[in-house]
Design a protein around this ligand. Structure first.
Ligand code: URA
Length: 439
């Protein structure tokens, strides 16, 4: 078998066999296949796509390029959740303790975002003392003890994805549905859960800008999961406007704690309820989605989800008093308020522009090595569909210096469009793909 022939085959629009894909991936990891050859093959995939069989094969080759977590010593159905990433998305911080409170074992490996926003690990590290540095063995031991662990992904998991993703990033081949699907699902499968719930975002602040693209990605990932023997359900959710009101790191943790304590913004509560209802069915704790959703509402209001989060924070070395009193989190003072210059309704609140404002404040990561500022952020007082009067505040900017506050304030102001016609609140969930109970 020659690499040259495999590149030519894909360039000419043919599907590769399982053996050929394996040859390519293992050869690339061993550096028998050069960066130039892999880049040429990736670009051919970008233009010609891959069949589902090829995509599943690529995923499985990547899974077996490294360690696959064996969670069989933990009793019960392990459910994992993945979001394709969005602005203000702090769902993991609420959903995973809630599932653990319901008796679903949670072994969650999260990432640090390299884009505009901080990742789940950055957010958790805004809790004083919280450590996200746990080995897989330590995670398993902790889950046996308290039912939940959240830590960074170990380097031994899916090394092929790490190497291929870095090359895609350099060669404009990230935005390709089968490659994204294989990349995401290889990490989820290697992380060892029995069932996977995917939150695929669609809109200006998401990887997938349209519902059609998000649907295609979601269907591909669900099919990969099912073929790998994992029950997989995907939900397509809106990311044209940010999720919730808090955007940043510590400020998002505060909103997550408010939600765990039975409050929180409407859209965030809705998303946790939908994802939670599905997860509880997949984890065998509810028969149907509505029953699962009712359980979610109870766990958020009876203190059980918050108590589990407190246990998680304590076990991972964090200051658990923030759960009762989130004002203990270090959040920069509000340096500026962005006021509306007209009266009417919020008709648009562009997620991408808000993400740029977040970056201007220093809350995200410009490069892999940049350290995000955990205390800065934005608080959105009005969302799409809300009525507003000229001169009233739309948002607050929490910044550490005047120049970044000024840039962020201008961007936040640009993100809002105020119209005169009444606009409905946006539907958050547009589609559920896969069982249980797709609508
Ligand atoms: N996130 C991933 O993990 N992989 C991709 O390819 C894109 C987004």
């Amino acid at each position: 078998m020659r690499i040259y022939d495999l590149i030519m085959k894909k360039r000419d629009g043919y599907a590769l066999t399982a053996e050929e894909i394996n040859f390519l991936v293992t050869g690339y990891l061993r550096s028998d296949v050069s960066d130039a050859q892999m880049a040429a093959w990736l670009m051919a995939v970008y233009f010609n796509g891959m069949t589902l069989e090829e995509t599943v094969e690529l995923t499985l080759c990547m899974v077996h390029s490294g360690q696959v977590l064996d969670l069989s010593s933990i009793p019960g159905t392990k459910v994992d959740k993945h979001s394709t990433g969005g602005v203000g998305d702090k769902t993991t911080l609420i959903l995973m303790p809630l599932l653990a409170a319901a008796g679903i074992p949670v072994v969650k490996m999260s990432g640090r975002s390299l884009g505009y926003t901080g990742g789940t690990l950055d957010k958790l590290e805004s809790i004083p003392g919280f450590s996200t540095n746990l080995s897989p063995a330590e995670m398993i031991e902790q889950v046996k003890r308290i039912g939940i662990a959240i830590a960074g992904q170990t380097d031994s998991l899916v090394p092929a994805d790490k190497k291929i993703y870095a090359l895609r990033d350099l060669t404009a081949t990230v935005e390709c549905i089968p490659l994204i699907a294989a990349s995401v699902m290889s990490k989820k499968i290697a992380a060892g859960a029995d069932a996977i719930v995917l939150d695929v975002k669609s809109g200006s602040g998401a990887f997938m800008q349209t519902g059609t693209a998000a649907g295609e990605l979601a269907r591909t990932m669900v099919q990969i999961g099912e073929q790998a023997g994992k029950r997989t359900v995907a939900v397509i959710t809106d990311m044209d406007q940010p999720l919730g009101c808090a955007i940043g790191n510590a400020i998002e943790v505060r909103e997550a704690i408010e939600t765990l304590n039975g409050g929180g913004p409407r859209d965030l509560v809705e998303l946790v309820t939908v994802l939670g209802g599905i997860s509880l069915v997949l984890g065998g704790k509810a028969e149907r989605r509505e029953q699962g959703e009712e359980m979610v509402r109870q766990l958020l209001t009876n203190g059980a989800a918050a108590a589990k989060f407190r246990e998680l924070v304590r076990d991972q070395g964090g200051d658990e008093s923030v759960v009762a009193d989130p004002s203990r989190l270090a959040i920069a003072p509000a340096a500026r308020t962005v006021n509306s210059v007209s009266s009417g309704y919020v008709t648009r609140l562009d997620a991408l522009t808000i993400a740029r404002a977040e970056t201007a404040l220093g809350a995200g990561r410009g490069a892999a090595t940049a350290t995000p500022d955990l205390s800065v952020g934005i608080y959105l007082l009005e969302k799409i569909g809300d009525a507003i009067t000229s001169g009233e505040p739309l948002a607050k900017i929490h910044a550490l210096d005047e120049s970044s506050a000024q840039i962020a304030a201008r961007l936040v102001s640009d993100a809002y469009v105020i119209g005169t016609a009444h606009t409905d609140h946006r539907p958050l969930v547009s589609e559920v793909i896969g069982t249980p109970d797709p609508e």
